[in-house]
Design a protein around this ligand. Sequence first.
Ligand code: MRU
Length: 356
Amino acid sequence: MSHSIHSDKVVALRWHDAPGYGHLDMVDQTRLPAVFEYLSYDSAAGVAEGIRSMVVRGAPAIGVAAAYGVALEALRLQSQTQEAFDAAMDIGFTVLAQSRPTAVNLFWALDRMQRCRAQHLSASPSQIAVVLLTEAKAIHEEDVYINKKMGEYGAALLSDGARVLTHCNAGALATAGHGTALGVIRSAVAVGKRISVIADETRPFLQGARLTAWEMVQEGIPVTLITDNMAGHLMAHGEVDAVIVGTDRVAANGDVANKIGTYMVAVLAARHGIPFYVACPLSTIDLSVASGDQIPIEERAASEVTGFRETQWAAAGVQVRNPSFDVTPAELVSAIITEKGIIHAPNFSKLSALFS
Ligand code: MRU
């Protein structure tokens, strides 16, 4: 079977132009795979709520959504006086920045939009709105290109027939298209490699079971779903050849924050001599944090741990922890796959060199 490199079967975000305004559609990822539905957004506050509630999730997709959130706010406010426009735009940026704490792509995209705004200080609100929308569209398009570059580099790391374990969803749904970790798999399949995927279900939000499994089924890429506590057993029995995950933030020393449970997978991979790869666009590397212990880790609602949606199975009143991400130390990372190439055994000097 042949596969196109960029599948249009799975599109998380779609911009719709209309004269003088526009709107953003996002697949409601809280309801997949049972319901495939786009929700429509027309303001920064609306997009921020979409990010917070995880209608859109995955670091690059959050960044793209936030950029459009800024543009939507400017379009919505463009007929106001300069003073009112500036004040309301500042609030829009703040609301978006408060939507989720861990994925640095959110702050990366907002910084880029702020820089763009700052370069057009003398422009009218309607002119700034056009400029900000153009910048958001550029961020959107660049992300697809970057994912395909990472896919090209990363595909070389996978041998024909490889059984690749992944955790969470770092696919087309988590990006503007193609995906980071799943992008590497898509690209390897596109060059003719027979790759099969082992998807951790990824408790408690089930991104693996609900989203990764769905994406792979859409494309006809063989996928086997396991619960998170089965990974060690499969590795011990020689059933995993490589691990590839995405990331929400990589610190300057190469420590990797990703979905809760990634650290356990990395420890197991090291124990069994299995390569552990991280697909990571440069927009996810945060040189301003020295190491992983400085990365803010989101703590989510207890109800995600005590049950799923309306079904709650844990004893009422039990104390719960729900950290949504963990940090894998750089020493457990075999390589980081970026759009500029593969960084084996990442460390401060190798990561800094990517930006020079
Ligand atoms: O809480 P989520 O679903 O936003 O977490 C997503 C992840 O942890 C992904 O692995 C990461 O953002 C990389 S997505 C290309």
